[in-house]
Design a protein around this ligand. Sequence first.
Ligand SMILES: NC(=O)c1ccc[n+]([C@@H]2O[C@H](COP(=O)([O-])OP(=O)(O)OC[C@H]3O[C@@H](n4cnc5c(N)ncnc54)[C@H](O)[C@@H]3O)[C@@H](O)[C@H]2O)c1
Length: 254
Amino acid sequence: MRLEGRTALITGAAGGIGSATARAFAREGADLCLSDIWDTATVTSEVKALGRRAIETRTDVTSRAEIRNMVDKAVEAFGRIDVLVTVAGVTSLGDAESLGEAEWDRVIDINLKGTWLCCQAIIAQMRRQQYGRIVTVGSLIGKNGGNPRPWINPEEQAGSSNVAYGASKAGVHAVTHFLAKELAADGITVNSVSPGPIATKMTANISLQLDEIIPVGRMGTTDEVADAILFLASESSGFITGETLDINGGIMVD
Ligand SMILES: NC(=O)c1ccc[n+]([C@@H]2O[C@H](COP(=O)([O-])OP(=O)(O)OC[C@H]3O[C@@H](n4cnc5c(N)ncnc54)[C@H](O)[C@@H]3O)[C@@H](O)[C@H]2O)c1
């Protein structure tokens, strides 16, 4: 039980990676605050069926006021928040040449500003505890310039380029690095996972034949991402901070 007696707040908990993380945490003993703009009733039932306490909040991560309420509600219910996992995010298609400004702003607001606001809102509580684990969710796309190969096939570019998404996730990696240094002296670690293509509804409509470009020959699973998040959320990862953990089947190695 790697999270026995711990409490965790997970944003994007209704989605593929968020709900898998919630189930993994519950199996390891954590009580959970499950947050999303969608209904989290299904995952809440699953967590309770595993014998853990769970509360829900409807929170839009672009709203500082809603995030404040989310943190207050979790602290009120459990007395402390040991782990924050910022999973909430959206995908976006569009290349740098043709992308509209509104789409750029939408994606940066949710993925990057939303991640920063959630982390910011939890810092005071974690400093009081002198303990915390923050795990953000970045992406391979924030590191590799995207998967399409327009020099081979322009159609790949048209159907799967995602520059705003990549920029937002590169920003998530950077915020993670800054927070790791800011919070290190207070027993708080801050790391990100950087998944490659994972089979969820987020990747269902991408036209690129992804398994052809993944060395292990398949897409990843939400459970594989959740297991990596679990490790970074546990006590045993205490000397790891500022790390970006790749979970990408070997598409990019660095
Ligand atoms: N699926 C992949 O291949 C992949 C790869 C790398 C990174 N990621 C990242 O993993 C995270 C989860 O992705 P997923 O594949 O589980 O997708 P998903 O669509 O299943 O889950 C995303 C969740 O975020 C929530 N969300 C969206 N906007 C929100 C907002 N403004 N406020 C609060 N919640 C909001 C959605 O309601 C949804 O439940 C995302 O940050 C995504 O960018 C996914």
